[in-house]
Design a protein around this ligand. Structure first.
Ligand code: ZN
Length: 244
């Protein structure tokens, strides 16, 4: 984690968001061009978020620092900047309720979303999945979350968890840095994949709640995981990423 914890100027944060977008895009968790990432600007009440790309005819492959805009807690961007996405309230309402959350991903990952269609929660079926224990809540609303009221309801379903799946729509995942939010997004899809495979060969047996704490808790194991995972993905896509 040392490679990015101290790089939190606005310009560096914009590059970090772009790099996370590129990794998630290459890993296939974005549906077509839909999805956005935001993070808090330290020591302020503002946020950085991917602007509404469709206004500039760009897609996620084209994203640069210039596409990252500054948003306030009401979802308004600075004069002259493109608007934040229509579902910007997902971000504002979670930030209002979760002071420890530094970054948020909203996307439409195919496996995680599929579980919500069947009403089956994603469970901690593997060690990494224990970050979602005891389960990933399903928000029973499949429309666009394009008002503060709708987003507040989703944030209530999220509660203090790491992720929430929106029925037949997508997922919202949080983290204590933009890289962790991105890695948690990949972990969610990975866990869903493993649960799906386990279901094909038998009845999945999630890791019991009393065993989840010691497997992947705050401390060395968590730090090692995020460091290793970030190193893996940033090497895998090194030719796509902006230099920090
Ligand atoms: Zn969406």
């Amino acid at each position: 984690m040392e490679q990015f914890v101290n790089r939190d100027s606005v310009e560096d944060l914009k590059k970090r968001i772009v790099n996370c977008i590129k990794i998630l895009n290459e890993e296939g968790v974005f549906e077509l061009t839909y999805g956005h990432i935001s993070c808090r600007i330290p020591n302020s009440d503002k946020f950085l978020i991917l602007g509404h790309l469709h206004e500039s005819n760009k897609n996620l492959f084209d994203v640069t620092e210039e596409d990252i805009v500054t948003m306030d807690i009401e979802g308004e961007t600075l004069p002259g900047e493109v608007e934040a996405p229509g579902e910007r309230f997902i971000h504002t309402e979670v930030y209002k309720r979760r002071p420890e959350v530094e970054a948020i991903v909203h996307c439409h990952p195919i496996l995680s979303t599929s579980f919500s269609i069947s009403g089956v929660p994603i469970m901690p079926v593997n060690n990494l999945g224990t970050i979602f224990a005891p389960e990933v809540p399903i928000h029973d609303y499949s429309g666009q979350v394009d008002t503060a009221e709708k987003a507040a309801a989703m944030a209530e379903t999220l509660g203090n968890r790491m992720a929430v799946v929106l029925r037949s729509h997508g997922a919202t995942i949080v983290g204590s840095s933009v890289e962790k939010a991105a890695l948690n997004t990949l972990a969610l899809e990975h866990t869903a994949k493993m649960q799906l495979i386990a279901h094909q060969v038998g009845t999945p047996r999630p890791i019991p709640v009393e065993e989840t704490d010691g497997i992947f808790s705050e401390g060395t194991k968590e730090r090692e995981y995020y460091d290793t995972a970030w190193d893996f993905y940033s090497r895998k896509y090194q030719n796509h990423l902006l230099k920090l």
